[in-house]
Design a protein around this ligand. Structure first.
Ligand code: PGA
Length: 252
């Protein structure tokens, strides 16, 4: 069985002082949480703190991630951060197409596809987020929506879809305290896995993360599902004890 991947998404939270405390707390408890077992761990931090957090993570084995990447390669795009810039700070992952970017910044499936390509071209693993809104779920459109979102990135120029990480994040579960039940999440993960299988023989290698109010109390049950390969953790990634509990639940 492949290792689980537990990735924190700090969103627009943190400060020099708070980041130091948070990373030091995670580092201090990491070995104990893993208990000799293995789990891939990452933290996706605000761009201005990449260099600071890279230094704080040091040789801890925790990987560095960004929360977005520009769709453009370089040039006159004020405010944008390119994949090459992220790479300069040893960024291993970049979240792409988070629902907050889709919702508040007008990102379309096409934008998400371009960003995914940019990340891969720079040697960064994109964590591509998909997920339905409450209205879409209530209308019975969950499967159609997540399949459309994944289809946008399934044919990549020069790369195999097995090089990406997928995160299923039902929009109604993000930051709301409403978690999808393990059965609800597994059902969608199985749909995504089948779609990946149709595209590549390496589909089983792809990590499909669950995100949306995953916390210390519900992580173990979610991570026990056959197609849930890890978590993308928002709120609970801001407290070392909570984040470490989730890592403990993911260690195999
Ligand atoms: P949450 O956020 O864990 O706070 O619900 C998850 C995410 O948006 O990545």
């Amino acid at each position: 069985m492949k290792r689980k991947l537990i990735a924190g998404n700090w969103k627009m939270n943190g400060s020099l002082a708070a980041n130091t405390q948070l990373v030091q707390g995670v580092r201090a408890g990491l070995a104990q949480a893993l208990e000799g077992k293995a789990c891939d761990v990452a933290v996706c931090v605000p761009a201005p703190y990449l260099a600071q957090v890279a230094g704080l993570l040091g040789d801890s084995g925790v990987a560095l991630g960004a929360q977005d990447v520009s769709a453009h390669e370089q040039g006159a795009y004020t405010g944008e951060v390119s994949a090459a810039m992220l790479r300069d700070f040893a960024t291993r992952y970049a979240i792409v197409g988070h629902s907050e970017r889709r919702q508040y910044h007008g990102e379309t499936d096409d934008t998400v596809a371009t960003k995914t390509q940019r990340a891969l071209a720079a040697g960064i693993t994109p964590i591509v987020c998909v997920g339905e809104t409450l209205a879409e779920r209530d209308a019975g459109r969950t499967e159609e929506v997540v399949k459309r979102q994944l289809a946008a990135v399934i044919h990549l120029n020069g790369h195999c879809i097995s090089e990406i990480v997928v995160a299923y994040e039902p929009v109604w579960a993000i930051g709301t305290g409403k978690t999808a039940t393990p059965e609800q999440a597994q059902a969608v993960h199985a749909v995504l896995r089948a779609q990946l299988k149709a595209a590549t023989e390496h589909a089983d290698r792809v990590h499909i993360l669950y995100g949306g109010s995953m916390n210390a109390a519900n992580a173990a049950e979610l991570l026990a599902q056959p197609d849930i390969d890890g978590g993308l953790i928002g709120g609970a990634a801001l407290k070392p004890t909570d984040f470490l509990s989730i890592i403990r639940a993911g260690a195999r």
